[in-house]
Write a protein that binds this ligand. Sequence first.
Ligand code: PLI
Length: 461
Amino acid sequence: MHRSWAEPWKIKMVEPITMTTRDERERAIHEAGFNTFLLRARDVYIDLLTDSGTSAMSDRQWSALMLGDESYAGAESFYKLVDAVRDVYGYEELIPTHQGRGAEHLLSQILIKPGDVVPGNMYFTTTRFHQEYAGGVFVDVIVDEAHDPSSDFPFKGNIDLGKLRAVVAEYGADRVPYVSFETNVNMAGGQPASMANLREVYDYCSAHGILVMLDATRALENAYFIQQREAGYGNRSIADILGEITSYSDGATVSSKKDNLVNIGGFLAVRDPEIARRARALLVAFEGLHTYGGMSGRDMEALAEGIREMTATDDHVRARVGQVEYLGRKLIDAGIPVVRPIGGHGVFLNAKEILDHLAQDHFPAQALAAAIYRDSGVRGMERGIVSAGRDPETGENRHPNLELVRLTIPRRVYTQSHMDVTAESVISVYEHRHEIDGLRFTYEPESLRFFQARFEEVAGG
Ligand code: PLI
């Protein structure tokens, strides 16, 4: 007999959310320039914009806040965080930052020289921004399957060793400061790398004197997929698998706003004390003193607790990814084109296929995210041509193969009923998809344009 699973927590405090009328949502989306980032949160019913900083903390994390040591220097909370990162991720040197991009900034500034090339498994917006800002060029070396939303390949986050070797052969290892290896690749749809691939890339890079720097922001979810899908890992604990993932790296940047179950924070963690020394020299200029960086003592307390909690049992991540799969399965069963396999942190709708009457230059994913909001007040996010931005050399729009709307599930926040309501809205919008118009810019920011761009509708476009 089929046995259901349930979340390994019960609810102690609730936060009311309000439903809006269609007229109110029409007004709100026009005022927001058809950009879901520019909506006011009070106008949103179910907020699936991001899983970043939107987790619900546990009673233990809220209690930990009270223990925050707010000493400017040498706070006890910092040392608790150092211990948690060492125990769970295995890195000795910790550089705390205000969030993930703070760590990316430091790492890029200390390791990348102008003209360097940084191979990585698909770009992430802020990561590539900092690599380019430091004078580097990002080169995508992810496996081809990652660019195909319908491929069921179980490890679409893998690096293609052939592509990596070709980059090193073309530019020389001395122009490749590190490989930027993201776990559970966000822009590919929350897709994992296999342990075999992580090991192989690390062995290759070590032999060529190239560092491997993980973006371990969603390494926990990657560990879960390895446990579920890779031979030999089915009986290993998530904590153990996570430790093995990070063992194939020289360091990592982490946005703690995801796996780590806190609302703010991040870190750079490395093995080499010299890299750590150089990072700390910049940390004090850009973030804060080396024992707090960008965080208060209480933030570090909650983070240390969150890092331990996420791996204390396997139940947390099983329920977390299970909820994402629940929504994904409903949409697949209804025939909605989504990225497959269903990822770890969200369901990614294939806007290119759903709105196949729109040219990519009329921003189908942006239009679809706006249409879902108008239908139900569910807020998702564009992950397509707008997010990809322009090529800094040519100034032309990049045209990614993936033109997606991300419905991202915050951790421990919504119930399965919220997933049901979301699925019903997406199905209804899908049924009326031919009525959705394309968009054009009325304001286009110079960088990371998706955050603040504004659009208007192009009738029939
Ligand atoms: O938002 P930050 O600065 O804490 O982290 C930046 C960042 C780095 N790497 C990855 C893989 C991310 O997903 C990431 C942030 N992601 C956001 C905000 C998201 O909505 O997915």
